[in-house]
Design a protein around this ligand. Structure first.
Ligand SMILES: Nc1nc2c(ncn2[C@@H]2O[C@H](COP(=O)(O)OP(=O)(O)OP(=O)(O)O)[C@@H](O)[C@H]2O)c(=O)[nH]1
Ligand SMILES: [Mg+2]
Length: 367
């Protein structure tokens, strides 16, 4: 699963990337056209608690890959076209499963905002519009194509083309009205028909307001204001001070606690952002626990027990017999699988069982 960090020039993308990945990529525009890639473990304290019970040799977290793209170069009209991104970057962007849209909300006299003022609502809308235009260009090209070559081929191909044309025309109407595709309410079949386009405005998005280190007190009100005006589907709004998080990440844990107390912040925003982006991908975790490892496995919400088995290994899906299941809370409360069984909390579930976040599973299968 891959999340692309996007945002206007100088919004703090690379700083956010560094805080998420504990990396040291160059900030302040010095990274120029480099693309940064990093893998981040999804914090999950359930794994630590299970490890106390199972004493495994290792703990394996679910992970998410973040990529940090440089902002597209501004063209002569000061317009930042996604089309102007290097082809490789655009491909990486389109391949991502979700967007982390960093919006500048910090003042920094040493690094003035290119537009002369800090205005998160304006910046958010500007990049959103760029993405709408990029998708619209693709839709227009496709409609043109369908109008010419779409009439050829076998009857089945023509029929498929006609069905596709109905969908892309509808998307065109939405985009022209300034609405992202994630709001279009595509049915799963329709979404499948246009999946190959990898539309930017179809991807779920986490808007991350990058607030100044002195503006923490005003942050909840800012998030509420931006979120109220951003009533899109598959979209979340949150805030973080990338600068503070980066400094926190460089401290020893006990120093970090003191620093957070001084600033009056209860928890680091970092874990929250990682968890939110995980949720945004529509993922839940099921858990496996034993003497070798305690592990979180990401699966799309709604997956069945046999899907979960397949996430571990295709052999487990093929030879699936049943899943022994206990909810994490029950296992923790009862202290062991044996106790869970004794209290009737260990259930036996079949192939179609819908796996829930925090289910501890053991898959029984035949070879
Ligand atoms: N004061 C303050 N400065 C910040 C914060 N976040 C980023 N900056 C500064 O803003 C400048 C731009 O940050 P980057 O992380 O390089 O921004 P970017 O979006 O990656 O920039 P490009 O890749 O050039 O588009 C750097 O000088 C950062 O140190 C913040 O939370 N507070
Ligand atoms: Mg950068």
């Amino acid at each position: 699963m891959q999340i692309a960090i996007v945002g206007l020039a100088g919004s703090g993308k690379t700083t956010v990337f560094n805080t998420l990945t504990r990396g040291h990529a160059e900030t302040g525009g010095f990274g120029a056209l480099t693309l940064n890639v990093g893998v981040v473990k999804v914090p999950d304290d359930r794994l630590d608690r299970l490890a106390l019970i199972f004493k495994p040799k290792k703990i394996v977290h679910a992970d998410v890959t973040y990529i940090d793209l440089p902002a597209p170069p501004a063209s002569s009209e000061g317009h930042v076209g996604t089309e102007e991104l290097p082809a490789e970057h655009l491909a990486r962007l389109r391949d991502s499963d979700a967007l982390l849209h960093v919006v500048r909300a910090f003042e920094n006299p040493a690094f003035p905002h290119p537009a002369g003022s800090v205005d998160p609502a304006r910046d958010l809308e500007q990049l959103d519009l760029e993405f709408i235009l990029a998708d619209l260009a693709m839709v227009d090209r496709r409609i043109e194509r369908l109008a010419s070559t779409g009439r050829h081929g076998t009857p089945a191909e023509r029929e498929a083309n006609e069905r596709e044309e109905v969908i892309v025309r509808r998307l065109k109407t939405e985009l022209e009205a300034g609405r992202p595709i994630r709001d279009a309410g595509l049915t799963p079949d329709e979404a499948k028909a246009v999946r190959g386009f990898r539309f930017l405005t179809e991807k779920p998005v986490l808007v991350l307001l990058n607030v100044g280190e002195r503006d923490l007190a005003a942050t909840p009100a800012l998030v509420a204001r931006i979120a109220a005006a951003y009533g899109h589907s598959h979209a979340l709004v949150d805030a973080l001070s990338a600068r503070i998080e980066m400094e926190l990440g460089e401290l020893e844990p006990d120093e970090a606690v003191v620093f957070m107390e001084e600033l009056g912040i209860a928890e680091s925003g970092l874990g929250r952002v990682i968890r939110l982006s995980y949720r945004l991908l529509g993922l839940v975790s099921f858990l496996t626990a034993g003497p070798d490892e305690v592990r979180a496995w990401p699966i799309p919400d709604g997956s069945s027990a046999v899907d979960a088995a397949g996430a571990i290994h295709s052999d487990l899906a093929r030879g699936f017999i049943r899943a022994e299941t206990v909810a994490y809370e029950d296992l923790l409360a009862l202290g062991s699988i044996a106790e869970a069984r004794k209290h009737g909390r260990l259930r036996s579930e079949g192939k179609t069982y819908r796996v829930r976040d925090g289910d501890v599973l053991e898959i029984l299968f035949s070879r």
